[in-house]
Structures are given as structure tokens and as C-alpha cells.
Design a binder for this molecule. Structure first.
Ligand SMILES: [Ca+2]
Length: 132
């Protein structure tokens, strides 16, 4: 047991150098588009999720609002390796995807230099993702 604890500790000590669960600021940029006319503001939600983890839970980092379709840029604090951005034309203003509302989602892996590629989100009239 003692050896095990020591081994874990050593691993983490090594990993600290490259970022053992170390949250870092990542600038997330992208563009929200749609083939349809979007009247109201667009709700943006930024999540992080563990890479390659089955059933990994998304953790909400930040929300933001975009006045209209177009570019966005937000700096978020990320501890994991994958960032997910969800854009939602929240017509009824309840902050959730309601049937009939347009939404889109994309994910990017955080590079070793703590950057992510630009997101391209297209809002579509797809069925809302199931609540878990
Ligand atoms: Ca809604």
C-alpha cells in the first residue's frame, strides 16, 4: 500500500511539469453560423471533458451570450484535455435546448501549448440532446 501511494505521488510529481490537472487559461475562439435566420441572442456554453474517457461527464466552465451570429472569443480555465462548445439560439430564454430551437456543438482538443483550434458551430434544428 505504501509503495503504491509513493508511486502515485511520484507520477503526479512528474506530471506536474507537463500539467497534472493544472488548470490553465485557454482562449477559445470560433464562429457561429446558421443557414437560417436567427432572431435573438445565442447562448454559448463552454465545457471541458476528460479525453478518451468513456461516459466522461462534461463539466460546465463558463457561459456567455452572443448578440447575433458571428465570431466569439472567450478565455476559459481548462483543467482537462478537451473543450466542448455548445451554441443555442435560446428563443424562449430558459437557458436550455427546447424542441424546435436551433443549436450546434463542437469539440476540440487542447494542444500542448494550451491553445485550441477555432470552433465552427452551425446551428441546426436537430432534436435536442437528451438530458442525463
Ligand atoms: Ca430554450
Amino acid at each position: 500500500m505504501k509503495t503504491y501511494t509513493l508511486a502515485v505521488f511520484s507520477l503526479c510529481a512528474v506530471a506536474t511539469v507537463v500539467g497534472c490537472d493544472a488548470a490553465r487559461d485557454v482562449e477559445v475562439t470560433g464562429e457561429v453560423s446558421s443557414s437560417q435566420t436567427i432572431a435573438g441572442p445565442i447562448a454559448l456554453s463552454f465545457y471541458e471533458v476528460e479525453k478518451d474517457a468513456e461516459d466522461a461527464e462534461r463539466v460546465l466552465i463558463k457561459t456567455a451570450e452572443l448578440a447575433a451570429l458571428g465570431a466569439f472569443s472567450e478565455t476559459i480555465e481548462v483543467a482537462e484535455d478537451v473543450v466542448i462548445v455548445v451554441a443555442l439560439a435560446d428563443d424562449n430564454g430558459d437557458g436550455l435546448c427546447t424542441d424546435g430551437e436551433l443549436w450546434g456543438e463542437a469539440q476540440q482538443e487542447v494542444s500542448e501549448d494550451d491553445t485550441v483550434d477555432a470552433f465552427a458551430l452551425e446551428l441546426r434544428a436537430d432534436p435536442c440532446p437528451a438530458e442525463e
